[in-house]
Design a protein around this ligand. Sequence first.
Ligand SMILES: *Cc1c(COP(=O)(O)O)cnc(C)c1O
Length: 418
Amino acid sequence: MNERKRIFLCLARMSEAGLEEQYVREAFETHWVAPLGPNVDAFEALLDHYVGCGKKTVALSSGTAAVHLALIACGVCPGDEVIVQSFTFCASSNPVSYLGATPVFVDSEPHSWNMDPALLEAAIEDRIRQTGRKPKAIVPVALYGMPYNLPEIMKIAVKYGIPVIEDAAEGFGSRFNGQVLGTFGDYGILSFNGNKMITTSGGGALICPDDKTHHDIMFYATQAREAYPYYHHEQIGYNYRMSNICAGIGRGQMTVLEDHIAHHKHINKLYKSLLGGVDGITVHENPSEEYDSNFWLTNILLDSDLHVAGEGEAYQATVVACVGGAGNVLHTPDDLHTDCEPNPNVEAMRIFLDKNEIEARPLWKPMHKQPVFANCPAYTNGVSESLFKRGLCLPSGPYVSEDDVRYIVSCIKNALTV
Ligand SMILES: *Cc1c(COP(=O)(O)O)cnc(C)c1O
């Protein structure tokens, strides 16, 4: 029988020196078990230094909280519209709904897989025509770490005077023309969830444009407390600061960030060379030299006419857990199908790899195809939907060895039936 250890997409890995534990222990020993403290300050200083450009970061309880606060800082109010890349994880658009505003989804361009600038401009023009008002912000997403088309998106943002919130939650350490993502726009989102490039168990950060906004973000992240000896509130705030415990993990993780990025890139290269000669399978890569993805996840596309063992039986049984796990919270679907799902050969490949102890995952289902956002305006070109139907994310994290990649590729080849 198979004695292989299961290979996961991206498991968190701590520094060999055990710094994460050391900083957490210090937090206990100094009684800084609070949503502020020396680890938070130190972690933020490390983040500031890493992202550069003189930008200041605020460490928060999640990347989703960072999106929420950035939207508030952009003045998003009930009834407003915010342009969001459709090809993303729901954390990019959910906070728009938290604020009673409406996400307007924009589809992707084929090479970066991220927000299509031409469609972005068309969407802005059309929203102005239809509502008489400009969208309040633009949220491009570095999906799987790949940078978006920065020159074009920034040009359009400047032309219309709309702030940009870069969702670099998956793209920590990715660069465009050598500059770290999250520092081009007005705000930048980072996530330190358990499966991201580095982790604080759960956590995130918001990269702010200047001292004034940095200060405002801190204010909203700590329940909007006014400067009195007693609690006095003139605004609604949030309890979104990172704890000193989590920041301790983050401090340690900053020492392995460059290692992790190098590893993810190395794994991507290996996949590319080993899958290079396989007909019907394409590995997603940097579209040109300016793009420098951290390759958080390596993704492949399967041609729709590629034959995979078991494709006739795909979608015959309900999956017993939802993607990414969700504690024990699981809604059981009434139907095995939705109106937009990966092709049967992709699902068959996922199942085939799963049986060989390899975790693979479909690409993120575009937001404009999600029932929960069915009533939101969407400007589409079919790109993200087509990618979703053909794509699969492969194990790419710090525990994935060269040997694992060779094994995964041999399993992929074994699944192909000629
Ligand atoms: C992970 C993620 C976030 C934020 O995530 P948290 O889990 O709240 O830290 C935001 N956007 C994208 C695209 C993500 O993948």
